[in-house]
Design a protein around this ligand. Structure first.
Ligand code: 5RP
Length: 301
């Protein structure tokens, strides 16, 4: 019987006792098949064990978001600094050059718009099309506690079944309704549900306090969403605190492509994710790079 009136949340996450990786560097992936591991190793850098994903998929429910009006102009110059690109198949086929050698995390849910209930979505990409697009992962969102909680959790479960057939891992995203709390109790519940359903990595939000407990309670890697635009220094602090408390990376959108200087910002975030930089150092890096925006970074290398 579930504890409905008094959910007995976990209290002892054995902070200080690292979770063993058991022979493969991506947490929780040791028993997966070669293809799954290979795709995860494209997304996560084996040297740091982390990833810097660039999320540009917001248009699937909120249209031409600021910074995403022209993918060719604003996003392509950033790609060389990202480890992976989270994107819809529409933008991928129309706007991303196939010569790009970055792994694709393909948004595989849709069905709602920003004008209506956000949790009302369905799977929107067949597994064979994800394979045709050479996706390295497929993403679906679970809206725990929202109006369409059941349907959205079933979407993640169905995508996991498809991943077992194709070998393409699943990113489970904890979708959050407009008025829902983003505290450790809720995010711990949502991330654990998504991982138990079988997602191979989970995207969620940073929270204070106790984000470390959210990470420790989730048996697969957590990557942190950027969320609404913050000041550059605040976004760098959020990235730092996420990594410092155990996140395996960030999947950041607006806080990169809506920054005053997106190319400088993505490099500053990268210094935190892969270089363990402190936010003060990363912000200094951002400030010096933005003075030198002509840095010769190839769009598709
Ligand atoms: C929406 C998503 C988006 O990828 C994500 O929210 C966009 O990134 P950001 O929040 O950092 O702008 O998962 O559910």
């Amino acid at each position: 019987m579930a504890d409905l009136d008094d959910v007995k949340g976990g209290r002892n996450f054995f902070a200080g006792t690292p979770i063993p990786h058991r022979g493969f560097f991506v947490q929780g992936a040791h028993s997966l098949d070669w293809g799954m591991k290979n795709r995860l190793a494209q997304i996560f850098d084996a040297r740091s064990g982390r990833t810097l994903m660039l999320a540009i998929d917001l248009g699937f429910f909120q249209g031409p978001t600021t910074g995403l009006e022209r993918i060719d102009v604003s996003i392509l110059p950033l790609l060389s600094c990202a480890d992976a690109l989270m994107v819809t198949r529409g933008v991928l086929r129309t706007s991303i050059p196939p010569e790009m050698n970055k792994p694709i995390v393909l948004r595989c849910t849709a069905g709602q718009s920003v004008l209506k209930e956000l949790s009302n979505e369905s799977l929107s990409v067949a597994a064979d099309d994800a394979a045709r697009l050479n996706a390295s992962a497929m993403a679906a969102q679970a809206y725990v506690g929202a109006q369409y909680e059941h349907e959205s959790i079933c979407n993640v479960a169905e995508l996991v079944d498809r991943s077992q057939r194709t070998g393409i891992p699943v990113l489970g995203v904890t979708g959050i309704g407009k008025d829902m709390a983003r505290d450790a109790r809720y995010l711990g519940l949502a991330t654990r549900i998504v991982a138990e359903i079988g997602a191979h990595f989970v995207k969620t939000y940073y929270c204070e306090p106790d984000f470390e407990d959210v990470v420790l309670g989730c048996p697969v890697p957590i990557v942190v969403a950027g969320g609404k635009k913050l000041s550059e220094i605040d976004a760098l602090w959020m990235a730092f605190k996420s990594i410092d408390q155990g996140a395996a990376g960030v999947d950041m959108g607006r806080n990169i492509f809506q920054a005053e200087h997106p190319l400088a910002m993505i490099q500053a975030v990268r210094a935190i994710v892969h270089g363990n930089a402190r936010p003060e150092y990363a912000f200094d890096l951002y400030c010096s790079l933005k003075e030198n925006v002509a840095a010769p970074i190839s769009a598709v290398s």
